[in-house]
Ligand binder design. Structure first.
Ligand code: MN
Length: 278
């Protein structure tokens, strides 16, 4: 168990078959925190309107979050587009869980980070909702196919986890990145708010990089990549990739010395963008 000051997670998509609830539970079990920020798309009401895939582990996730809130962790829920019904409850506390449409978290080193889900900066979900819903169905099918493929690879003893969804995302996103530049739009909005950085979710692509004068961090997701952001007790923010399925190596937060580097020296990640998975 590692104590961190804050945990930021998004895009868990509870209620779908693709949700990696067990891996999230393992991550939560390994990290205690004072703050727990749920940055949207935690429960997938869109997918549940088609079919409900609510596994026992999904209940356990809800129970663990409620338990943390009861035990004094400060839990914030910032709804996303898949749980947008909760947006009308912004400003209301449900027991120990506070619902807000956005928030600012101040790290121990005094920096201010704007917390949003991010879909309002996605030109596709904003203006072409039907494209997003259609893409959502396709993406879920892709993730399911990917799980089958990875099982097949295991049977064939091919090492490593290869993400079909990630590969498809990479291909599709590249083509439209110049038009729909989510990351730049979010960073621009953060700059206008005068914050040091922004932490969001939505595009299922974990990230930590500098865009202009703001630091852009994305939690990733718990559907395909399984990643979160933590704040350590020196104010340092870190993206944690919680292992890979098929029992591959799990890396605890803070274990990688490379992660301690300032974000500006980190290699520029591949720019990718996709409407469908958001
Ligand atoms: Mn979303």
């Amino acid at each position: 168990m590692q104590a961190v000051r804050a945990i930021f997670i998004s895009d868990v998509h509870l209620g779908t078959r693709a949700c990696q609830a067990e891996r999230l539970l393992a991550f939560l079990k390994a990290h205690e925190s004072e703050y727990l920020y749920l940055l949207g798309d935690i429960v997938d009401f869109w997918a549940m309107s088609r079919s409900i895939q609510w596994a026992p582990a999904h209940n356990t996730v809800v129970q663990k979050v409620l338990r943390r809130a009861r035990h004094g962790d400060k839990v914030f829920f910032i709804p996303g587009n898949h749980d947008e019904a909760l947006r009308e409850y912004a400003g209301i506390a449900f027991g120990d869980i506070r619902v807000e449409s956005e928030w600012v978290h101040e790290t121990l080193d005094g920096r201010r980070y704007w917390l949003i889900h991010g879909d309002e900066y996605d030109q596709v979900t904003r203006h072409h909702r039907w494209v997003a819903v259609l893409g959502d169905v396709a993406y879920n099918a892709l993730v399911r196919l990917n799980h089958l493929l990875s099982r097949l690879r295991r049977v064939l003893r091919r090492p490593g986890y290869w993400s079909l969804a990630g590969y498809a995302k990479h291909k599709v996103k590249k083509a439209v990145s110049f038009i729909f530049d989510f990351e730049d739009a979010v960073a621009r909005a953060a700059h206008q708010r005068g914050v040091d950085g922004v932490i969001c979710g939505h595009i299922h692509s974990a990230s930590d990089r500098r865009i202009g004068d703001v630091r852009y961090l994305n939690c990733g997701d718990w559907v395909d990549s399984c990643s979160a952001i933590v704040e350590h007790y020196d104010g340092r923010l870190e993206v944690v990739h919680w292992g890979a399925p098929d029992g591959a190596q799990v890396q605890p937060a803070g274990a990688a010395p490379a992660a301690a580097r300032p974000p500006s020296s980190a290699p520029e990640p591949e720019r990718v963008y996709l409407a469908p998975d958001v």
